[in-house]
Ligand binder design. Structure first.
Ligand code: 2HA
Ligand code: ZN
Length: 271
């Protein structure tokens, strides 16, 4: 099957373009990765390259040994993905120890997978375990409102989660576990990857202070929808706060909401 005709490729490109249209991907900002299903690998196997060398991932992910990922390329612009996916994207294979990757398709003009590959793969490994193998998508974006919000609070998951739960009624239903947050750190390395992975074990998304956010999901819709919900709640909060907040969603409201929707809110984040 032609790789560009596959459903997962079309879904990936649509999500990347949706993120660009939202204004979340200035220049080469943000990155996206998708873990292929075994049958998706089989459908395209004859069209994969076999001539690229193995490269170190920069971290170890034994739980992902032998998996294939579709990822954005380092330095590539989201606005160009739809126009030239073969230059902007890569399909990579992880080796049998989870230490190295090799490019099997894409990046036809050269280049490497996303600079945040260690964070993407560690997050995939952790979310794979946390969701019993359901998680397939890890998404990093630079939405303005959630990033602006991090300048106004301590980098604390309870503080952030309560603000978001109180800023849009559906938030507590969409992310009842809450949202994690890391303080400012240098992007692109193992340290921020490990800090993010420690949190994404408990939360479906993690905010990077003064930078952006990582969201996970079992599908493109779920990961994009989570990022969108977080960003929208942050926008509502900043608008309300700029005028002056006089009312909010109370903890009792949250408890009633959770009961109505059959979700269990993280008890550590309720007063
Ligand atoms: O430029 O977003 O965090 C890509 C990034 C790095
Ligand atoms: Zn970034």
């Amino acid at each position: 099957m032609k790789i560009l005709d596959t459903k997962f490729m079309k879904g990936f490109i649509k999500m990347a373009d949706d993120g660009y249209q939202m204004g979340w991907h200035e220049r080469n900002g943000g990155n996206l990765s998708y873990r292929l299903k075994p049958e998706e690998v089989e459908d395209i196997r004859q069209r994969l390259n076999d001539n690229q060398t193995w490269q170190p991932i920069g971290t170890t992910v034994p739980g992902l040994a032998g998996e294939f990922f579709l990822v954005t390329g380092s330095g590539k612009y989201f606005r160009n993905i739809k126009v030239d996916p073969e230059a902007c994207l890569a399909i990579i294979e992880i080796d049998d120890k989870g230490e190295n990757y090799r490019i099997r398709w894409g990046l036809v003009e050269g280049g490497r997978p996303t600079s945040e590959l260690p964070t993407h793969l560690l997050n995939h490994a952790v979310r794979f375990r946390a969701t019993g193998g359901k998680c397939r998508v890890i998404y990093h974006a630079h939405p303005a409102n959630i990033t602006a919000l991090t300048y106004t609070i301590k980098p604390d998951a309870k503080t952030l989660t309560r603000i978001l739960w109180q800023s849009e009624t559906e938030c507590a239903v969409v992310f009842p576990e809450g949202i994690g947050i890391v303080p400012w750190m240098v992007p692109g390395g193992t340290e921020i990857a490990e800090a993010t992975a420690r949190l994404i074990k408990h939360y479906p998304a993690v905010v990077w202070s003064y930078h952006g956010a990582f969201a996970s999901g079992s599908s493109f819709d779920e990961a994009f929808g989570l990022m969108h919900t977080i960003e929208k709640a942050a926008e509502i909060y900043l608008k309300a706060k700029s005028v002056g907040i006089v009312n909010t969603i109370t903890d009792d409201n949250l408890r009633v909401l959770a009961k109505a929707f059959g979700v269990t809110l993280n008890p550590a984040f309720l007063d």
